[in-house]
Every structure is written in structure tokens, then in C-alpha cells.
Write a protein of this length. Structure first.
Length: 395
């Protein structure tokens, strides 16, 4: 087996079971491993630290399969890992009011780079790392057997594959192609989504608990739902008794699907409006018009892909939080999120606090929010906690 020899002192993260080996930690490579091939990791003294998959194109040069050098990385190993990930979610998967769920969450489930989401009778996979790319056929076969479904579809079209030297890949992997719109049940709320064309794998499953939080907070409130996508938070708000919801997104097709979702849940057009607009510009326009709302949701896309971009991202998060703060009635609620891994919770809280202060308001945090339980955070792997949010009340 090919071997990666670490520089002296660079084994500490692996001893804490962090699953990534960066290029700068490697002193030399014994052999000529190909992309995705299993390699041994040893420290500067030759002590075995475990087995990893090699990625010559990425700054993350290897991702750990196992910290036991005696393991064998084969089809049976992968099957056991998949089976364990699915078993951990058995209670969620047996809930008839939760027909969409993340089955596998990459490094947190010890299968680096693999995401598997369940939407009703269909599974959607993302193979984001060379290590799982080479095992794609075996993984699909195991998923068919471990979680019977009608079809398995691939959405490996995210930017992360480029860092691995992999081209985008999308299409049917097995079985029946999903219909144009798949309907899911989330705590009695119904959402239609597009597996083929939707964001991520089709829906923001990570906001499951946070949509329920918004539902609880919306009784009698006028709600502004920014970056609304297909209406997830807006539908939750009306289900919670909101007086009216204004959904804003730059994508007209997303808002068309949102309108269908509102109808799917029995809400009339009088209860909501959908507006295609740039959120940054619209918040300024509303501030000029002195518009007021009782609850504002800010759930923007990722503003920072890397740590290099975090300053630009911080400015963007502050900008929308500042403008939104100026639109809230006294006692109103600001529900804002960041899904940028480069922005941690203490920084996000500081950004929000500065924005509220610059808007001339005073605020208190009522709730800290994060991703749902089917997106678990690996204790040795803090990078798996990417979604963070705040519920703040403003005077």
C-alpha cells in the first residue's frame, strides 16, 4: 500500500481523530497513489495513524477512512458505514410526518465527501470527494439494498468537486427517474421540490428545526421572508398563524414553485405575496419607504466559500441585518442565518450585534439556531457545523 509520511509534529490533529490531512502536513509520499486510492498515513517516526483516500488535486490531500491501520477499506467496509449512518436515523425515517431526511452526512458519518438525502421514494447522492467517487457503483448498490427506494439520482454538481479535480456529474444512477416535482411532508406541511433543478439536492433539509421555530413565533405577525427559495419559512409562518407573509427571492422559478407550495398547503393568495427582487436593494427601498414588519427571516446563500472570502461575507451579512433591523417594529423578531463555514457563531453574533447597533436599535438573543439532527456534528470535526442562526428581539 502507498504511504503518506507526515512532517514532524503534524500528527496531532489525527490523534484527535480529525479526518483531514492537508498538503502542508505531508513530508513525502511512498509510491504513486492514484486519485481516490487508499493510502496508509504514518507520522514522522513511521507510526501508523490510519487509512485514508488520496486526493492529489486538493489542498485536503487525504481524508481518513479509518484510524485503525488494521482495517481493510473495501465494499464490505463501506456497506457497514452506510448501514450505521442509516440506523442512527431510524427514528426520523419512521416518522410519517418527516418524509425527507439526510441519510449520510459525509465526514460526520465517517464516509468523507458523501451526502445522501431521502425525498420520499427517492434518494439523492452527492459524491464530493475522489475517495467516494471511485466507490460510486458499490455505494449505489449498497443503498439499494439498505434503503429500498424507487430511484437513486446524483447531484454532484457543487463547486467542491472542482477542488478535487472532478467534473460536475448529474443524472440517474439507478432505478426510476424522479418526477419533475416530488412532494414531501415536514411536520404536516407539504413541500414540492425539484430533485433535478433545485438548490443543493432539492431542498434545505438542514433548516427543519428552524422552520418549526419560525412557525411557533409567527402568530399574528407580518412576516418578511428574504431569500425565500420555494417558500419553506413562509409556509411555516402561515401555518403558525402569521397575518401575512411577503416572500422575496431573485429567482422567479423558485417563487413559482413557492406559489404552488402555498396552494398545496391550502393558503390563499390573500395571505402572502411573492416578489422577485434583489434582497439587498429591496431592503434599502423598504427602509426608504418606512415599511414595517413584525418578523424578518434572512436565510441567504453561502457568502463565503473559503476563509479568504470571509471579510467580504461578513460585510454582506452585516448589510442585510442592518437594513432588516431598521424595518422591524419595536418588539419585532430578526431571524438571521449564515451557512458559510468560514463564519463561526461568535463572529456571526458580533456581525449581527454591530448591525443592530448601527441601525439604532437594541436587541436581545432569544435563541441560537443550527442545523437539524440529521446533519450531526462530528465531535472531532467542528467544520461539520456550518449552519448557524439567531432569533433576536429588537426594541
Amino acid at each position: 500500500m502507498h504511504t503518506l509520511h507526515l512532517n514532524k509534529g503534524r500528527e496531532s490533529s489525527l490523534l484527535r481523530r480529525h479526518p483531514w490531512v492537508f498538503s502542508g502536513a505531508i513530508a513525502r509520499v511512498s509510491g504513486s497513489p492514484e486519485a481516490g486510492e487508499t493510502v496508509r498515513i504514518v507520522d514522522a517516526g513511521g507510526q501508523a495513524l490510519g487509512l485514508a483516500a488520496y486526493s492529489p488535486s486538493s489542498q485536503i490531500r487525504a481524508r481518513m477512512w479509518s484510524f485503525a491501520a488494521s482495517d481493510t477499506i473495501d465494499s464490505a467496509f463501506l456497506r457497514a458505514r452506510l448501514q450505521r449512518a442509516i440506523a442512527r436515523r431510524s427514528a426520523l425515517l419512521n416518522d410519517p410526518r418527516r418524509t425527507a431526511c439526510r441519510l449520510v452526512y459525509a465526514e460526520s458519518d465517517e464516509i468523507p465527501g458523501l451526502v445522501v438525502d431521502r425525498y420520499g421514494d427517492y434518494l439523492v447522492c452527492q459524491f464530493m470527494f475522489t475517495g467516494v467517487e471511485v466507490w460510486k457503483a458499490e455505494i449505489v448498490q449498497h443503498l439499494r439494498e439498505l434503503f429500498p427506494c424507487r430511484g437513486i439520482y446524483e447531484r454532484s454538481d457543487a463547486a467542491a468537486r472542482k477542488h478535487e479535480g472532478l467534473p460536475p456529474s448529474q443524472g440517474l444512477l439507478w432505478g426510476e427517474a424522479p418526477p419533475a416535482i416530488v412532494e414531501i411532508n415536514e411536520q404536516g406541511r407539504l413541500y414540492g421540490l425539484s430533485i433535478e433543478h433545485g438548490h443543493k439536492t432539492g431542498f434545505y433539509l438542514d433548516q427543519y428545526d428552524n422552520r418549526e421555530m419560525v412557525r411557533r413565533l409567527c402568530q399574528g405577525r407580518r412576516v418578511l421572508n428574504c431569500f425565500a427559495y420555494t417558500g419553506g419559512f413562509g409556509i411555516a409562518a402561515l401555518a403558525g398563524g402569521a397575518e401575512h407573509v411577503l416572500n422575496v427571492d431573485s429567482s422567479a422559478p423558485s417563487l413559482e414553485l413557492a406559489a404552488a407550495n402555498f396552494a398545496r398547503n391550502g393558503f390563499s393568495p390573500a395571505q402572502y405575496d411573492n416578489l422577485t427582487a434583489n434582497v439587498f436593494d429591496l431592503l434599502r427601498e423598504f427602509r426608504h419607504q418606512q415599511r414595517r414588519f413584525d418578523l424578518i427571516v434572512l436565510d441567504p446563500p453561502k457568502f463565503a466559500e473559503t476563509k479568504v472570502q470571509f471579510k467580504k461575507a461578513a460585510r454582506a451579512y452585516k448589510d442585510i441585518a442592518l437594513q432588516a433591523s431598521a424595518l422591524l417594529e419595536p418588539g419585532g423578531l430578526l431571524v438571521n442565518f449564515s451557512c458559510s463555514g468560514a463564519i463561526d457563531m461568535p463572529l456571526f453574533q458580533k456581525i449581527t450585534a454591530d448591525a443592530v447597533l448601527d441601525a439604532g436599535r437594541h436587541g436581545q438573543i432569544l435563541h441560537y439556531l443550527h442545523q437539524a439532527e440529521d446533519h450531526p456534528v462530528g465531535l472531532p470535526f467542528p467544520e461539520s457545523l456550518y449552519l448557524k442562526g439567531l432569533v433576536s428581539t429588537l426594541d
